[in-house]
Design a protein around this ligand. Sequence first.
Ligand SMILES: [Zn+2]
Ligand SMILES: [Zn+2]
Ligand SMILES: [Zn+2]
Length: 282
Amino acid sequence: MKIEYLGTGAAEGVPALFCNCAFCRSLRTRLAAGEKTKELRTRMQVLVDGELSVDFPPDAFSHMARGVDFSAIKYLLVTHSHMDHFYAHDFVLRGYKYAKEMAADTLTVYGNREVLEVFRESTWRELKGEVAKHVRTMSVNAFEELVFDDWRVYTMPAHHSSEDPLLYMVERGGKRYLHLCDTGRIPDESMDFLKALKKRADVVSCDCTFLWEDSDPNARHMDLKEAVYTRERLRRAGVCDEGTKFVITHFSHNSAPSCEALARAEETYGVIAAYDGMTIEV
Ligand SMILES: [Zn+2]
Ligand SMILES: [Zn+2]
Ligand SMILES: [Zn+2]
């Protein structure tokens, strides 16, 4: 299983879209001088085996332009409707004159009710019939098992917003990827569900929006300590072991995610700090 971290930033990106804080200002200056740095972060998207995407941000175009064939994406699992995770306007371009010789005829979008509502709101003006037939939407709830082709996906509730946001466990060819973003402390019922599945994850992506900044345990995102605590809970539940790659991601400019701060997190806790373009194969 190949997991590509196409985007690893929080909603506003890093540097943040309209921000002039010291971190963003300094990063922008270095980028303008032509520096190549892992500190530049687009909004979150994770691609599994080139055909299943978790979320679809406003930066999807730039992810494609780095050399990824988006026409091959057959399945899109959307965690929730926030704009950094689901930029639905782009789907009016999947077909007709805008997209030719697509590797996969149809893209199926899985999402909660709010996600499907955002899809409708964002596409009704411009979605041509010739395009609509290539994009399918499917409603999904927590505690479901989805099976398509040789994929198997399990869904669980996140602690994030009022719309029933989802966490996903993705399985293919005996390998498993667990996606735990955007969420604060993982709800007990999600942990119980994972435990009952009795399936070990090879790779886990965990929210780490606040990084070294202390956050409230009731927050809608995690800090580093909460991410590490999540790993402990997963180990106790039999979902993780020493061999599981535990990746932290969804970083915000507010916690100044410098290469140095992330290297310190990796050394201290044995986690892997994601960056845009990072690939893991298991
Ligand atoms: Zn987000
Ligand atoms: Zn900033
Ligand atoms: Zn969100």
